[in-house]
Design a protein around this ligand. Sequence first.
Ligand SMILES: [Zn+2]
Length: 132
Amino acid sequence: MESKTTEDKWKEKLTKEQYKVLREKGTEAPFTGKYVKHHEKGIYKCAGCGAPLFSSDDKFNSGTGWPSFYKPMNKDNIEEKIDKSHGMVRSEVLCKNCGGHLGHVFDDVPKNKGCRYCINSISLDFELKSLN
Ligand SMILES: [Zn+2]
């Protein structure tokens, strides 16, 4: 029997849309993601591996059409990489655990707030949780 490649396993685990974003660095269309206007209290986890990535406490309405966070819940779970695709220089945000593409980070919010982590809804799974 042939052994499956890592990418084959991801194709089985993820939906087509999730695969496109998480493994092929796609971007969901703005205002289409399920977490854009989502205000429950809890934790946003990686849709690929379940690592906790963002807290609802840091989520804000950026008006861009993608879920936006001032900072990751735990910097250790996130990897940031320079991305020069599409004629722009941006910082790509990845899940450190599984290498899944999450979105990009921009520094266009007030410094005391943090940064703007612009994340695809489809890369996230939400877990309802009381944060107090
Ligand atoms: Zn992950």
